[in-house]
Design a protein around this ligand. Structure first.
Ligand code: FAD
Length: 493
């Protein structure tokens, strides 16, 4: 007989997704739940996933995490954006920062004014209107309890982060069981999951199962056969090499995403080392060639052997199926170009907390949840495709194919609005806001044909002074900020 009340939660898997889930459920719903997490040291974790986006700071604030303590434990640095090198064209680069560029008005965002000013020759550099972008370029950073002039995220050590959250969750009552799940038991009638069985024969029963078993998808796919939408026709990357290297200088406050002929490479600066990866498509590059190109490009001495990771870009057809919710890599994967995976399971568990099915799972509840998560994933997918589609690179078949590829209708509509009239917009509940879309579209070299008439409402000298004063404000704040490395040394000591 299945129980109606749902309070026994079993989290299968203890990578970042498993421990983020355990931390949030225990912190927010602890007294109402009995939470067990099963993980297998023998299987281990993926061990990558070290760049985040600003939602990470609000997730931590919700958990009441002390920032300096977290940063010491995970060797974290601050992140103000991503520098895209060679994406628009070879030898060119731009930063997608987490900041707002200029002051928006209700009638039109800032870039419409700026485009008009550019036609008058009084515009100033677009980046001079964004503090985060300027601070990233100048390697500067500052935050405090009282003053947060910058919008930021973190770079962190993935293995240390899972360990840190394990300590946090266990203090809040999460029970950890070590062992390999070898069997998943289901109720005959409903197909719901009843228990997981470990190699040593132990049975762990539950009412709600969270699949955090990574690419294994042990519950959501191997057991429930949920199905997968394959998005490789839009995002053909299917492989990555990852390696850690020694630091070669002070930690910079941004991730680097460096385009290559058949893929791209990341550099994520931590306090004690740098995380590196090379993302490529096996259709265009053999493993050996990819590894050689990656090793030749590495800066700093390698601390680990390059590790090959295979993936299929896409998403699970449902992330909530029966009494199982998939969070993390078991729910799908989008390449880490905009560092969105950790955010997605933080969002996933936050939605689960909000809609926790204490009195039983109904199809309407699961549908609502699936709908919310799938819309967000699609919007992120479109944002990633944008980086490839609007490249001006034509130095390899790979980039020429990206320019020529079909794109989702949703992205085509957005692109045409920007190309025609410089309109960039946000739908409800979108992760990437207007400023992100604008920075990437301008960064990749899109020149809108028209723009809003707002600029024409101001006399030229008034517009010129207003723009100058915005730039001066950014410059004077920037001048007061310490260097990122200096700030970290003092903040984390
Ligand atoms: P895993 O870390 O694989 O954990 C799976 C867990 O399940 C482990 O504890 C394992 O032991 C357990 N398990 C599996 N099978 C069993 C079993 N049978 N019995 C018991 N336990 C089992 N995300 C970002 O946000 N930013 C990034 O910069 C970023 N970069 C990435 C780069 C690459 C190349 C890849 C592949 C991913 C990247 N990600 C990034 C995604 C990020 O790594 C993951 O989302 C995150 O680490 C969560 O992984 P996970 O916990 O779902 O899976």
């Amino acid at each position: 007989m299945e129980r109606q009340t749902i309070n026994r939660v079993v989290i299968a898997g203890g990578g970042t997704a498993g421990w983020v889930t355990a931390a949030s459920l225990s912190h927010n719903l602890g007294p109402a739940l009995d939470i067990t997490l099963v993980e297998s040291e023998a299987i281990g974790t993926i061990g990558v996933g070290e760049a985040t986006i600003p939602t990470h700071t609000s997730f931590h604030a919700m958990l009441g995490i002390n920032e300096a303590e977290f940063m010491r434990a995970t060797h974290a640095t601050f992140k103000l954006g991503i520098q895209f090198e060679g994406w628009k064209d070879k030898g060119e680069s731009y930063i997608h920062s987490f900041g707002q560029v200029g002051k928006h008005t209700w009638m039109a965002p800032f870039h419409h004014l700026w485009l008009h000013a550019r036609d008058l020759g009084i515009e100033g550099d677009f980046e001079d209107y964004c503090l985060e972008l300027k601070a990233a370029k100048a390697d500067k950073f500052f935050t405090s309890d009282k003053q947060k002039p910058l919008n930021y995220a973190y770079h962190l050590d993935a293995v240390a982060y899972a360990k840190y959250l394990r300590g946090f969750s266990e203090k809040k009552g999460v029970k950890r069981v070590e062992g390999k799940i070898q069997n998943v038991l289901q109720y005959a009638e409903s197909g719901n999951i009843k228990a997981v069985e470990l190699e040593n024969g132990a049975l762990i029963e539950g009412d709600l199962f969270i699949d955090c078993t990574g690419f294994n998808g042990l519950l959501i796919e191997k057991t429930l056969k949920t199905g997968y939408d394959d998005w490789r026709h839009w995002l053909p990357m299917d492989s990555a090499y990852a390696v850690q290297t020694q630091k070669t200088g002070p930690a910079i406050p941004y991730t680097r995403a460096i385009a290559h002929e058949n893929g791209w490479r990341w550099r994520i600066p931590l306090q004690h080392r740098v995380g590196n990866g090379f993302v490529f498509t096996s259709e265009k590059l053999s493993n050996d060639d990819a590894r050689e190109q990656f090793e030749n490009a590495l800066e700093g001495e390698a601390l680990t052997e390059p590790r090959l990771i295979r993936f299929i870009t896409g998403r699970r057809k449902k992330v909530w199926n029966k009494n199982c919710v998939a969070l993390g890599l078991s729910s799908g994967f989008l390449e880490p170009l905009e560092s969105t995976s950790i955010h997605l399971f933080q969002r996933g568990v936050t939605e689960l907390v909000k809609h926790f099915p204490y009195h039983g799972i109904t199809p309407a509840l699961a549908d609502l949840y699936n709908d919310k998560i799938s819309k967000e994933v699609e919007q992120i997918r479109d944002f990633l495709i944008l980086h490839y589609k609007v490249t001006q690179r034509d130095d390899s078949e790979f980039w020429r194919e990206r320019q020529a590829m079909d794109i989702p209708d949703t992205l085509a509509a957005r692109l045409s609005l920007f190309e025609e009239n410089a309109h960039a917009y946000n739908g409800c509940d979108e992760l990437f806001l207007l400023d992100s879309w604008i920075q990437v579209m301008f960064g990749q070299g899109i020149e809108p044909k028209g723009y809003h008439a707002i600029g024409q409402l101001f006399p030229k000298d008034r517009l010129e002074n207003a723009l100058k004063s915005q730039r001066e404000k950014v410059a004077s704040t920037l001048a007061q900020l310490p260097s990122h490395q200096e700030f970290i040394d003092q903040y984390c000591s």
